[in-house]
Design a protein around this ligand. Sequence first.
Ligand code: UDP
Length: 332
Amino acid sequence: EPRHILVTGGAGYIGSHMTLALLDAGERPVVIDDLSTGFRSAVPDGVPFFEGNSGDPALLGAVFDRYPIEAIIHFAASIVVPDSVSQPLDYYANNTVNARALIECAVRRGVPHVVFSSTAAVYGEPATVPVDEDQPTAPINPYGRSKLMVEWMLQDTAQAYPFSYAALRYFNVCGADPHGRTGQSTRNATHLIKVAVQAATSQRDGMDVFGTDYPTRDGTCIRDYVHVSDLAQAHLDALRHLRAGRPSIICNVGDARGHSVREVIDVVKRVSGVDFEVRLRERRPGDPASLVASNARARQMLGWTPRYGDLDTIVRHALAWEQTLLQRRQNG
Ligand code: UDP
């Protein structure tokens, strides 16, 4: 039987874009998702779907019995930095402990490759930006630590077994499928661009800016915003790299340009044509002042070329998906 790719968290925001990218590339995705934040409707018809925890050995056994899995792309995780500060043990359970079980099943079943969703949060407050992969990891919140421990497990596993991995350190993932097929559907999302487009479409009453006294050009935090479809492409590129027998790799996936919170909000206002209320608030716990990627390694080693890095394009796609969600809700 032809080889399949297991996508954990495939019903979620990034995972649903990945599943589409795999189908577009002629691959065969299989999805596991516990639907805690994902949506069954985000998994395309015809894609095998298993509901449950990606760290459950019984569920993984059932998947591996049914489908020959060539690689696992592991998205299923909790991703909200302030939540990780208030509920650290939940983050270690869901992000670290579950990944350990998944890696063990992969090794036992002879799955040769894992592509792992890591995060720029492993750098903490980097000494210099743009940050490259050789800079020391020093996460400043439990979210970043919960992911960094998985990178270490993968590194040690690749030393001990015939197994290779790519750990992709995502910067701020945003936007939506350029063809309008999927997007970020989480209603109580906390991420900046999602919150701003919700404000622009009157789904929330304005928005807050968390911290205006950072040592940055306008006092608000600087982040690197990468389009979710470019991110999915980086996973396809990583898969090609591992299949070619090349060594395990850790790669930033970012656009390599930094935008402040105020700049992002201005773009959302301009592109949407809506001037929503913006309230200046205290800093949020766990936020570094500035995080911008060097993406030279992903470009050179994976052959990755981002196509939708422009913030206007990202915001246009995010707004279009927000309109789709609104229409769907109106139609019941
Ligand atoms: N942010 C904000 N208002 C919001 C959401 C986020 O000011 O409603 C800020 C947040 O404090 C951070 C930046 O936007 O400086 C990006 O935060 P986000 O939660 O989108 O991603 P993170 O970088 O924490 O993964």
